[in-house]
Write a protein that binds this ligand. Structure first.
Ligand SMILES: NC(=O)c1ccc[n+]([C@@H]2O[C@H](COP(=O)([O-])OP(=O)(O)OC[C@H]3O[C@@H](n4cnc5c(N)ncnc54)[C@H](O)[C@@H]3O)[C@@H](O)[C@H]2O)c1
Ligand SMILES: O=C(O)CC[C@@H](O)C(=O)O
Length: 386
């Protein structure tokens, strides 16, 4: 029986893919085999030594200590693209909320009961909320992954001119991107050209403060910034300065700080990008399926720290070995298996950065002593038999 601990609400449709006879799923568990999370901050808790895998029902993994998990030989899975459409739709809503002054107009409408002649008040005051159209405006998209590509293509369909910047874009992403999207040579080129700038990058050391004080010098006056990626992508000091002096016309964000939440130029939402029934289900189904295949077969798909590794089952048992990626590991493993009298039916090894992962199907079950000897090989981070 595998024990899965859920640290957030995970879509029931996803959880139903874990058979009750084989999986015990609960928010409270002792010695769980795996954790299932959405935005729970795992940097703030001690992750039990029993944990063999972590599943993130979403895209961003900055709430998970991925580097520490790699050292423990624990894969972290996510659900790439599974909530991208939901975020794209909210970004489009964000552009419209800002361009048509919708929050201010809604606030005014809520005061109508105070007016003797509501119809007259409406017609008299509507000039305060005159907006502008998206068609013909320029959008800059920073990060052309699952969300950025969709946002760029949707903006093109609305008649916008689109600049994109992503030095690490994948070939698949490039295939999906509208050919009309202009490749910006630098962030500053994109900032200088854009009426709207939408950020779709993961939060890491390279992207923290990707819009900063110097960016204000090149940005168009009145630019609308949309941040549905993470708090921290836009430097807080630069943002405040830009909002206060009007360089930034609006800041539409899924991550408002307390100060930003009450700023008249900020449109804040409570991290709603992926909060649709469809996205929650897509993410849960994808990550649960990946977690199950790892726990039951050792296969790896869509991990952010392990290489994709898949092998059809053969033999009597499978060893799943995470090890440091250094010369001689496979040779040493084969030697130890041979000395333990274990014949290899088939084997697959893949590496990613400093970590390597090996699946070994063996023709006879391994006893406890043999497993102990294998686990003791220098450089082995984790060993499981499935
Ligand atoms: N608001 C929400 O609810 C919500 C939902 C999903 C994702 N997100 C956030 O959005 C981020 C992006 O999601 P995604 O699904 O598009 O991820 P993704 O991995 O498909 O795309 C990220 C893109 O950013 C690019 N990138 C990385 N560093 C860059 C840099 N320095 N400059 C320019 N581009 C860079 C990558 O090459 C990649 O193409 C996630 O990491 C997450 O933080 C938020
Ligand atoms: O789970 C959520 O609601 C948010 C997920 C989102 O931030 C992500 O990175 O996928």
């Amino acid at each position: 029986m595998f024990k899965i601990q859920t640290l957030n609400n995970i879509s029931r449709i996803g959880l139903e893919r874990l058979p009750a006879g084989q999986y015990n799923v609960a928010s409270d568990q002792t010695d769980p085999d795996a954790l299932l999370v959405r935005s729970a901050d795992l940097h703030k808790i001690e992750i039990p030594a029993s944990v063999r895998a972590i599943g993130r029902a979403g895209a961003g993994t900055n709430n998970i200590p991925v580097a520490e998990m790699s050292k423990r030989g624990v894969p972290v899975f996510n659900a790439p693209g599974a909530n991208a459409n939901a975020v794209k739709e909210l970004v489009l809503a964000g552009m419209l909320l800002s361009s048509r002054n919708i929050p201010d107009a809604l606030a005014f409408v809520s005061t109508l009961p105070e007016h003797a002649d509501a119809h007259h008040a409406m017609e008299a005051e509507k000039k305060r909320f005159v907006g502008s159209e998206l068609s013909g405006k320029t959008l800059g998209v920073v990060g052309l992954g699952a969300i950025g590509v969709r946002v760029a293509n949707a903006a093109r369909a609305l008649g916008m001119r689109v600049f994109g910047f992503d030095p690490h874009m994948t070939v698949d992403g490039a295939w999906q991107l509208s050919a009309d999207v202009v490749k910006a040579g630098s962030l500053n080129e994109l900032y200088a050209a854009s009426d709207f700038i939408s950020f779709h990058v993961p939060l890491n050391d390279a992207t923290r403060g990707v819009f900063k004080a110097e960016s204000l010098q090149v940005a168009r006056r009145g630019v609308v910034l949309l941040n549905f990626a993470r708090d921290g992508i836009i430097d807080a000091g630069a943002l405040k300065a830009g909002l206060d002096d009007g360089t930034i016309g609006r800041y539409v964000t899924d991550f408002p700080s307390k100060e930003q939440a009450v700023h008249p130029r900020v449109i804040g939402l409570p991290h709603l990008g992926a909060s649709t029934a469809e996205a929650e289900e897509n993410c849960a189904v994808m990550v649960v399926d990946q977690l199950r295949d790892f726990l039951e077969n050792g296969n790896v798909l869509n991990s952010v720290n392990f290489p994709n590794t898949r092998m059809a089952r053969e033999g009597k048992a499978r060893l799943c070995i995470a090890n440091q990626n250094r010369p001689g590991m496979i040779g040493r493993l084969s030697q130890v298996l041979g000395e333990a009298g274990l014949n290899i039916a088939q084997m697959h090894n893949a590496s990613r950065g400093e970590l390597a992962y090996t699946l070994v199907d063996i023709d006879s079950p391994a006893d406890a002593a043999a497993l102990e000897t294998i686990a003791a090989v220098e450089g082995i981070l984790a060993l499981r038999v499935v």
